[in-house]
Design a protein around this ligand. Structure first.
Ligand code: 5AD
Ligand code: FES
Length: 357
């Protein structure tokens, strides 16, 4: 006789969805066998859409200055121990130039919410990047901005925007963030980004403090309904200079399980095997790809700043040159039968860039 979790597993495979309570029950009760079954099915689906291609994005951590105080994050403004830095546009362009020569066709500009990066600064920078590398996509990951700003940056040529929702449960959101940050605004930003025309990425940490199976079920339900182009998930890892220093990290097993589930509920999604996953296990990124992920994000940040972009403890790749991270991931992907491709890596079946109106 089949157990309840095996029934849910088959239901998920057949329908590409479960009722929210079904996700929670599956998260709580799934066996090793269920996880393997979901993993195989996720890999099969991903292979049907993307073959054995793994897309890559050059990650530029442009600033560790942040006006926010998220309780989990090492670059929160209350962390006085951290030495702060920001990259000027000429430094960003120089790193992207190196990245392009290495084969990157997507650049992700990621940073804290740093007021230095005004629209006046970013617009010419984005224009310059698109003019120099018309074959490449520009992805922004710069947090919450105004609707006008999102629109102006899109009009300047930015293609994609990553803004993790962090948790789809308002009460849980309030336990991870100070009172001056709002769940409603986060969700509103995601809607605006979508309406503006960006390819949009959301995402959450796995095993963040106070997270329950019900919270994760809400995240999955949100992903199913929002249908993001990208979804960034990785384990929570405590940082020593944050209020969550003593909390435990998320696990490899649950992260990989959720990667498989997300692939099943939204097959074309671009799903990175994150640096955080590579930090909690030496082969975390390979295992993430083998569970259904299809994107890796080697670090292109100048090495002298990498230690300082410490969102969590023991982050990998802080001592490597850009070319080494690229080469390392190429070798890692080859070792498991995948191939890193020189391609923008747009979502399949998604929308072509809509010209700004
Ligand atoms: N552990 C894991 N991920 C973290 N992030 C921030 N702090 C941590 C941490 N301690 C994630 C958040 C953020 C993304 C850039 O990094 O989800 O959106
Ligand atoms: Fe940076 Fe392996 S990806 S060294």
């Amino acid at each position: 006789m089949s157990t309840a979790s095996a029934v849910l597993t088959e239901q998920l495979i057949a329908a590409h969805a479960l009722p929210e309570e079904g996700y929670a029950q599956l998260i709580r009760e799934h066996t090793e066998e269920d996880a393997l079954r979901l993993r195989d099915e996720a890999v099969r689906l991903r292979r049907a859409i993307y073959g054995n291609a793994v897309y890559t994005r050059g990650l530029l951590e442009i600033s560790n200055i942040c006006k926010n105080d998220c309780l989990y994050c090492g670059i929160r403004r209350s962390n006085k121990k951290l030495e702060r830095y920001r990259l000027r546009p000429d430094e960003i362009l120089a790193s992207a130039e190196k990245g392009h020569a290495l084969g990157f066709r997507t650049f992700v500009l990621q940073g804290g919410e740093d007021g230095y990066y005004t629209d006046e600064l970013l617009i010419p920078l984005i224009r310059e990047m698109k003019a120099r590398w018309p074959d490449s996509a520009v992805t922004l990951s710069l947090g919450e901005r105004t609707d006008e700003s999102y629109k102006a940056l899109y009009e300047a040529g930015a293609d994609r925007y990553l803004l993790r929702h962090e948790t789809a449960d308002a009460a849980h959101y309030a336990r991870l963030h100070p009172a001056d940050m709002s769940f409603e605004n986060r969700m509103r930003c995601l809607q605006t980004l979508r309406e503006t025309g960006y390819q949009v990425g959301c995402g959450m940490m796995v095993g963040s403090p106070f997270q329950t199976a019900e919270h994760l079920a809400k995240d999955l339900h949100f992903i199913k309904t929002f249908q993001p182009d990208m979804c960034g998930i990785g384990p929570f890892i405590p940082h020593k200079d944050t209020p969550f220093r003593d909390k435990s990290a998320g696990t490899l097993a649950l992260t990989c399980f959720l990667l498989s589930v997300i692939r099943l509920i939204h097959p074309p999604v671009l799903l990175p095997a994150t640096t955080a996953l590579g930090t909690i296990h030496p082969r975390g990124r390979e295992l993430g790809i083998a569970s259904g992920a299809n994107v890796v994000m080697p670090n292109l940040t100048p090495v002298r700043f990498r230690e300082q972009y410490a969102l969590y403890d023991n982050k990998i790749c802080t001592g490597e040159e850009a070319a080494e991270c690229r080469g390392c991931l190429e070798a890692r992907m080859t070792s498991i039968g995948y191939e890193i491709v020189t391609d923008r890596g747009d979502v399949k079946g998604g929308h072509a860039r809509r010209e700004p109106t």
